[in-house]
Each structure stands twice: as structure tokens, then as C-alpha cells.
Design a protein. Structure first.
Length: 342
């Protein structure tokens, strides 16, 4: 994956645990850093001598024409998030990949469909980007259900209140604080999700919150194709390796199309398609390698794969051929054709 050196222009303290980082993009790189609301950037950093990569969502919207901004919430055992808070200030130069991610608003044939956003904690980051973008470019009506531990931990509290005041007939905000209302459960969400079908649901937050919303949505009859997810909790370390130990599975040739070129790589038994591509020296996108960020997404044009883990694509998207190459393994020995050029 290609990384560029960008300078941090400004750091904003959003809450005690969250900071936003505005990045100055040189004019020559502006085309490479065009992004869609909801996408993320991947950072490569050196933490105590170890090179680590992490993806952080953009909280800014492209329509603002300002600097791209990512927001990082510090977590207790987060090596990179703590490094950001400890080491990054205005003037720091960071290695940053080009924008990626498929957690973006669907503005195709149903561009007038209502939008329902459910976010918890720092899951608000890509959601705020999408809300800002949809308010600026569409006439869509939207509702935000935003859960937090308490009022003091609410990232972008004033920004969201300002948008609700500015667009009172288009943006409704439901604030949920665990210390006042308890943890969100299906009862809390039932009325929100039982409205007439037709809305698109965008969901981002910790795994338990997302599981609760998805269960409530299924019970309310929300079609799976209208539910769009963005995970930021990594899968347990080693989960993919346990599912496909070295030597297990199938080996085959994979035809990989990227940046307009076709390459043939050998996928060994137990190897993911991403691992095989990287072993051949191909410059293909990836970040978490855990099956939850979606940076390594591609489409399978021929052949069959099986995912070790998939927290990104719903059934409709899988049926359309979308795969996570970091988790995709050959289902059989016949050749596979995939493309990143989508």
C-alpha cells in the first residue's frame, strides 16, 4: 500500500479521550486524497520500534472544502491511539494512505430515501461525515440515534447540536446516555426501527451496540440490504489463523487485477488472497487484516472463495461478488479472478 507524508496542521481536543487531526495535503496530492463521506485513512506509525498500521475515519466532509480531518479516540490498550495522543501535534509529519472504505451513503436510485444513523462512542466519526455531506448535497430527511457513556464523553456534541438547529426539519437527533438511560436495548430501538420501510440504516459503534441494533432491525423487518455497517473493534487476534492453519484449505492460481494491470499469483493452502498478493510484491490496499475495516475489498469475478471472517459485507454484497481479500481463501483448486479496480 502506498503511503504519503502529510503534515498535521491542527489538533482539536474534542473530549478528554478524543482528538481530531487536520491534515495539510500538498497541491500535487489533492487528487489522491479526494474522498467520500464515511471513508477512512490508514496511518503507518513507529511505536516503540514496531511498525503498525491503523485506520481512522474522516469526520470532515468533502463538501466543506477544508482540510481532511480524522478523529482518534484513545483506548486503554490501544497502542496507536495512545501514540497519537502522546506524540502527534501540529507540525508532526505522518505517513498516510489514500482514502479507502465502502461505508458511504448510497445516493443511487433511492437518493431521496430517509437516512437513519445509529452510532455509539467514536462510531460517530464516519457518521458525522455522512450527515454533513448529505445535508450539503441532498434534501434527504435523517435521524441520528447517538449513544454515549455520559454527556461529557460525547464527541462532537456541540457540532451535532448546531447542525440540528440549522436543519430542524431535516435532522432529528436522539441522544442516549448510559448513565441516565441504561444501555441501549431492543426496547429502546423498537420504535425507531419499526417506522415504514424504505430508509437506509447506517450503523457504527462497539460490537455489542451493533449487535443490539442489528437484532432489533431484523426483528423490525428491515431488509439486510438496507443495513450498512462499519466496525472499529478488531476481531480477536489470530482468529483468521485459527480458521485456516498453514497447509489447510486449497491452493490455486489467482488472477489479480489492480491499477489496470493483470497479475497471476500462486495462493498456497492456508494463505489468504491478500497474503499471496503481498508475497508477490503487489501494491494492493489493506489495513487491519482482521476482516472488519474493509480496506482490502475487491470483487471476485470468477471462481469461489470462503471468508475466515467477515464483518463488512451483507448477504446482498457477497452475492454481488464483494470479498475481503485479507480473509478470502480459495474454496477449491480451480483458478480465481479478482479485481481491485472497482
Amino acid at each position: 500500500m502506498l503511503f504519503h507524508r502529510l503534515t498535521v496542521a491542527e489538533v482539536v481536543q474534542e473530549t478528554e479521550e478524543a482528538r481530531s487531526y487536520a491534515l495539510a495535503v500538498p497541491e500535487a496530492l489533492l487528487p489522491s486524497f479526494r474522498y467520500r463521506a464515511g471513508q477512512h485513512l490508514t496511518f503507518r506509525v513507529n511505536v516503540d520500534g514496531e511498525i503498525l498500521t491503523r485506520s481512522y475515519s474522516l469526520s470532515s466532509a468533502p463538501e466543506s472544502r477544508g482540510l481532511p480531518v480524522v478523529t482518534v479516540k484513545r483506548i486503554a490498550q490501544g497502542r496507536v491511539s495512545n501514540w497519537f495522543h502522546r506524540s502527534v501535534s501540529a507540525g508532526t509529519v505522518l505517513e498516510v494512505s489514500e482514502p479507502a472504505g465502502r461505508f458511504v451513503c448510497d445516493v443511487g436510485d433511492e437518493s431521496d430515501a430517509p437516512l437513519l444513523f445509529c452510532a455509539a462512542g467514536s462510531g460517530i466519526t464516519p457518521v458525522l461525515s455522512m450527515i454533513r455531506s448529505a445535508l450539503a448535497t441532498t434534501g434527504r430527511v435523517m435521524t441520528l440515534f447517538y449513544a454515549n457513556r455520559d454527556a461529557g464523553s460525547t464527541i462532537f456534541r456541540d457540532v451535532i447540536a448546531g447542525l440540528a438547529d440549522e436543519y430542524p426539519h431535516r435532522l432529528a437527533v436522539i441522544r442516549h446516555y448510559d448513565d441516565e438511560h441504561g444501555f441501549p436495548d431492543a426496547t429502546v430501538l423498537e420504535g425507531l426501527l419499526s417506522r415504514p420501510t424504505g430508509f437506509q440504516l447506517y450503523l457504527c459503534g462497539p460490537a455489542p451496540f451493533m449487535a443490539t441494533v442489528r437484532t432489533a432491525a431484523a426483528a423490525a423487518g428491515v431488509p439486510d440490504g438496507r443495513v450498512h455497517l462499519e466496525h472499529f473493534d478488531a476481531a480477536p487476534q489470530g482468529s483468521a489463523a485459527q480458521a485456516f492453519p498453514a497447509g489447510d484449505g486449497h491452493a490455486c492460481d489467482a488472477h489479480v487485477m489492480t491499477k489496470g494491470a493483470r497479475h497471476v499469483v500462486r495462493v498456497n493452502a492456508g494463505q489468504s488472497l491478500l497474503q499471496a498478493a503481498l508475497a508477490e510484491g503487489l501494491d494492493v490496499p489493506y489495513a487491519c487484516e482482521e476482516g472488519y475495516c474493509g480496506s482490502c475489498a475487491a470483487k471476485c469475478l470468477d471462481g469461489e472463495i470462503v471468508h475466515a471472517c467477515n464483518d463488512v459485507f451483507n448477504a446482498d454484497e457477497l452475492a454481488a461478488g464483494w470479498i475481503l481479500t485479507c480473509q478470502a481463501h480459495p474454496r477449491q483448486d480451480r483458478p480465481i479472478t479478482i479485481t481491485y479496480d472497482v
